[in-house]
Design a protein around this ligand. Structure first.
Ligand SMILES: Cc1ncc(COP(=O)(O)O)c(C=O)c1O
Length: 441
C-alpha cells in the first residue's frame, strides 16, 4: 500500500484489534521469512516437512471412509454425504478424539463434550468469545504467552492480564494475587490460559505436584483453566509424561485445547476443544459448554472441513488412535535437534570472564529454547540478522503484552536439520559477538 493510494477507510475506523501489535505479529514474522528466503530459520515453530507424505493423505481418507462403512455401519451414500456435504457443527471425528485422549492421556471424555475446530486457533477464539460476557471480564495468561491467544483475546475485547511463570511454569502466589487484584478492581477473571508442557515460547513445563497445586488454587479461586497442549507428546526423555491438567481435573475446572498441527498435519487445519463444563440455559436445561461453543462456531466456520477431519481420523485409526505411536519418528527427530541445539549453544557461548553472559533454557522437550543476551532484542535486530547474517529467530518481545524491551530471543528446532542448526548457530554467534562489540565500542 503506498501513501499516494486513494483511501476509502482507515484502520482507526475498524475494530481496535486491527491496529494492535498482537495481530500484526504473525504477519510480520512471516514477512521477515519471505524477505530472506535463503536464511536459516530457527524462527518457525512448524513441524518438520520431510515427514509430509501426500500419498498418506489419500490413504487416511480411505481409512476413515472404510471406518464409516465397516465400523459405524453407514450406507455408502451416507458415508459420502458425511465426507462431502455440510455437516455436524461439533465435527465427525469426536469419537476418535475421545478415544485418542483415553489411549494417550488417560482422559475420559464424553465425545459430546468435544468440538472439532479449524485448528486450535479457532478453539481458542470460540472459548474466549463465549467467556467474554461483558466489559468487566479479563483473561489471565501465564507470560510469556502464545501470541495467537493474545490476538484472539483482542478480537473479542478481552483484556489479558499476565501471570508470572517463574521457575515452576506458573507462579501460584502471583496467580492468586492477580485474581484478587482483578476482583478488587471490580473485574471478573474468567480463566487462566497456560501451556503446562513445553510452552510456546518459554519451553517451560510444570511438574505433576505443581499441576495438582494449580488445580487446588483454581478451585479455591473459582477459576477456569485453559490448558493448551500442542507439544506435550514431544518429550525428550523416555520416562513417563506427567498427566495433563485435564487428566487430573476432577472438578471440571479445565477446558482442554488440542491441535493436530504438530502431531498430524498443520495443513489439515484441525484442532479441538474439550469443554465438559455444565451450562444452565435460560429454560433451566443443562448442557455442556461444548454446545455453546458449537453455537458460536456455527456462525464463524459453520463446521470444520469433513475432508480434513477424515484425514486426521484416518491417521488416528491407522495407529490405534495413539498419536504417541504415530509420532515416534517425529519425537526422536525433535529430541535429537533439541539436544543438538543445546550442545551447540554450550560450545559457542562458553562462560568467559571478560564477556557478558549469554544464557539459554534447557527444556525437557518440545520445540523451543529461549536465549537471553545482554542487549534488547527487537524487530530491527531480527531484520539485520536475516539480511546480514542469514539467520532468523523470534524476538521474545512478541510474546509479552507490553512495550518493555526484552533481552531474549526464541529458537525453534522443529523445521531444521542438525546441519542447519550448526549453520544457524554459527551465524547467531557472529551476530551476538558483533552486537556486543558494537555496543562496547
Ligand atoms: C501454543 C500454541 N497454541 C495453539 C497453536 C495453534 O495451533 P493450530 O495450528 O492447531 O491452530 C500453536 C501453533 O503454533 C501454538 O504454539
Amino acid at each position: 500500500m503506498s501513501a499516494a493510494e486513494p483511501v476509502d477507510l482507515t484502520v482507526a475506523d475498524l475494530h481496535p484489534a486491527l491496529g494492535d501489535p498482537a495481530l500484526t505479529s504473525m504477519n510480520f514474522l512471516n514477512e521477515v521469512s519471505e524477505r530472506y528466503p535463503a536464511a536459516v530459520s530457527l524462527a518457525a515453530g512448524r513441524p518438520y516437512e520431510e515427514f509430509f507424505d501426500l500419498a498418506a493423505v489419500h490413504r487416511h481418507l480411505d481409512t476413515f471412509h472404510r471406518h464409516l462403512v465397516d465400523d459405524l455401519g453407514h450406507r455408502p451414500e451416507q458415508a459420502r454425504r458425511l465426507l462431502l456435504q455440510y455437516g455436524r457443527t461439533k465435527g465427525i471425528v469426536h469419537h476418535l478424539i475421545a478415544r485418542n485422549l483415553a489411549v494417550d492421556e488417560g482422559i475420559t471424555v464424553d465425545p459430546e463434550d468435544v468440538v472439532v475446530t479449524v485448528g486450535c486457533q479457532e478453539a481458542m477464539f470460540l472459548v474466549l468469545r463465549a467467556l467474554r460476557a461483558g466489559p468487566a471480564d479479563v483473561l489471565l495468561a501465564v507470560a510469556p504467552t502464545y501470541v495467537g491467544l493474545t490476538g484472539a483475546a483482542r478480537l473479542v475485547d478481552l483484556p489479558v492480564w499476565p501471570v508470572a511463570g517463574g521457575s515452576a511454569g506458573v507462579d501460584l502466589v502471583d496467580l492468586a494475587a492477580q485474581v484478587r487484584r482483578a476482583r478488587a478492581a471490580g473485574l471478573r477473571p474468567r480463566a487462566c490460559y497456560l501451556m503446562p508442557d513445553f510452552a510456546n515460547p518459554s519451553g517451560a513445563s510444570i511438574d505433576t505436584a505443581h499441576r495438582q497445586r494449580l488445580l487446588d488454587v483454581a478451585a479455591q479461586e473459582d477459576l477456569l483453566l485453559l490448558e493448551d497442549n500442542p507439544y506435550g507428546l514431544f518429550h525428550g526423555d523416555d520416562g513417563p509424561r506427567p498427566p495433563t491438567l485435564k487428566a487430573l481435573d476432577s472438578g471440571r475446572r479445565v477446558v482442554y485445547l488440542g491441535s493436530f498441527a504438530k502431531t498430524v498435519l498443520p495443513g489439515a487445519r484441525v484442532g479441538y476443544v474439550v469443554a465438559d463444563q455444565r451450562v444452565a440455559g435460560p429454560d433451566g436445561r443443562v448442557g455442556p459448554l461444548a454446545d455453546q461453543l458449537a453455537m458460536i462456531k456455527s456462525m464463524v466456520t459453520v463446521n470444520t472441513s469433513p475432508i480434513a477431519q477424515a484425514v486426521i481420523g484416518g491417521r488416528l485409526l491407522e495407529h490405534g488412535c495413539s498419536l504417541v505411536a504415530a509420532n515416534t519418528r517425529e519425537r526422536s527427530a525433535y529430541t535429537r535437534n533439541l539436544r543438538h541445539l543445546v550442545a551447540g549453544l554450550t560450545r559457542r557461548f562458553p562462560d568467559q570472564p571478560d564477556r557478558p553472559a549469554v544464557r539459554w533454557t534447557v527444556p525437557a522437550g518440545g520445540f523451543f529454547v529461549v536465549v537471553t543476551v545482554p542487549f534488547p532484542v527487537d524487530d530491527a535486530l531480527l531484520d539485520r540478522s536475516g539480511r546480514d547474517y542469514g539467520v532468523l529467530w523470534t524476538p521474545m518481545a512478541h510474546f509479552y503484552d507490553d512495550t518493555a524491551p526484552v533481552r531474549a530471543l526464541r529458537l525453534s528446532v522443529s523445521a531444521v536439520t542438525p546441519e542447519q542448526i550448526d549453520v544457524g548457530l554459527d551465524r547467531l554467534a557472529a551476530l551476538i559477538t558483533d552486537e556486543l562489540a558494537r555496543r562496547a565500542g
